[in-house]
Ligand binder design. Structure first.
Ligand SMILES: [Zn+2]
Length: 116
């Protein structure tokens, strides 16, 4: 399961941060994922819960938020957010469908950690 390895890398980052700040309790972790990153939030949440069960992170709250897709048109440079989960969408300004630059939508990162 793809989300399990993602949850593992997130937890490694979280442990690093906790060690760096000398904190023992993770209250909340907020993760942003782009619409094109192919994350299933429920699966990531389940993986996170399974991996933190019986650890000191068991009480942590995982908050997931999806970033919209933002594309820049290859032909006219217009930036737009298509509906749906594809980078192939017609530009609202000129109708070009292919070759847009993905400005946002593939990312996955921790937005913040609340430690105690
Ligand atoms: Zn265009």
């Amino acid at each position: 399961m793809h989300e399990l390895s993602i949850a593992q890398s997130l937890l490694a980052l979280i442990e690093d941060e906790m060690a760096k700040h000398g904190k023992d309790t993770l209250v909340t972790v907020k993760v942003r994922h782009g619409r094109l990153s192919a994350i299933v939030p429920e699966a990531l949440d389940m993986a996170f819960t399974a991996l933190t069960m019986d650890t000191r992170l068991a009480t942590a709250r995982l908050v997931l938020e999806e970033n919209p897709v933002v594309l820049r048109c290859r032909a006219c440079g217009r930036e737009f957010s298509p509906q749906g989960k594809s980078a192939f969408a017609p530009c609202p300004a000129c109708g070009e469908e292919l070759g847009h630059t993905v400005l946002s939508g593939r990312e996955l990162y921790i937005e913040y950690l609340e430690l105690e």
